[in-house]
Design a protein around this ligand. Sequence first.
Ligand SMILES: CC(C)(COP(=O)(O)OP(=O)(O)OC[C@H]1O[C@@H](n2cnc3c(N)ncnc32)[C@H](O)[C@@H]1OP(=O)(O)O)[C@@H](O)C(=O)NCCC(=O)NCCS
Length: 328
Amino acid sequence: MTPGPAGQTIRPATPDDLAACAAIWRDSLNDYLGRLAQPEIPDDLGPILRLYGHLRVTDPATFLVAESTARDGTRPDAIDGFAVGLRRDDLWFLSMLFVRPAVQGRGLGRALLAAAAPDPETWTGHRATATDSLQPISNGLYASLGMVPRVPLLRLVGLPERPEAFAPLPAGIEAIGFDEVGDGPAAANAADGLGRAALAAELAALDLDAAGFSRAVDHAFHVTEGRVGFLYRDRDGHAVGYGYTSESGRVGPIAVRDGALLGPVVGHLVRAVRPRGAFGMWVPGTAGEAIVPLLRGGFRIDGYPVLLCWDRPFADLARYVPMSPGLL
Ligand SMILES: CC(C)(COP(=O)(O)OP(=O)(O)OC[C@H]1O[C@@H](n2cnc3c(N)ncnc32)[C@H](O)[C@@H]1OP(=O)(O)O)[C@@H](O)C(=O)NCCC(=O)NCCS
């Protein structure tokens, strides 16, 4: 446990803390977005709570809350803020950092960040995060530590109203659907007898190649969240990419070996299922192969960009589309 600047206790979160974290997430965003006349964050906290549940299991030591103490010093009082750092291979990713509006600007965000981050004396990997472009405090705080805003993530929302805008998958590329990943009995992938362990190995290799890190735990989460995966293979049976889509409209992550395949894969993913509403995805500004056909095909840019920040480059963002700003 670490002391916070106003006597808070910084400690690992328990499942009972997650609802308070989600409330702080929403309140602190609405506090500054409201002042900028931006729309409110909706009050459906289900998806963010499921993400927190996942991250608390994958990274229990760096999902931290700051708990204030009652005035009489005898008992915990309230959660003042929280930070979530993820470790995936040699990437450390700051998924969340939020402080209650009433206690912002007093050093708690910096203290939480230091407690969730790897030891700067010994860490040799990469550090990264994603920020709201509208938020100078977080951008300034992270950049002062070396994680400088480098690439926008554009929020693209819509339906493939003009499907001819997307180039088809090249001849010889087959798309193999799957809805199970990870260890366990070699069974049940939708096509082709591709076992779960073999699929996990292909996904890990594609992730390492395009994103610079592998993340078996997150693939398992995508499918439990109802995303449908596709593995793309060439004529020789080599995996050349993967991507996820879903009826909830969430698309990503996507990784391809050759940037020229990104547009056709995105086009395939937005036509492979029919969403209940619209599709939404976060596309790096460097991934023009996806952005141009999406815009021509009927998608619109929604709201303001998020900024991907890092200290040293780790991903090829012309070949990788993240799942979300919170899970990369
Ligand atoms: C962002 C947030 C987590 C920071 O926590 P906090 O407790 O307010 O921050 P701290 O007081 O520890 O530190 C903020 C730092 O940002 C710096 N900062 C503030 N505005 C800045 C600016 N315009 N440019 C550069 N640096 C700036 C401050 O100087 C301070 O650094 P210091 O420690 O050297 O003084 C918190 O303000 C918050 O939750 N905001 C609303 C939600 C949000 O935007 N979250 C991040 C989404 S990306």
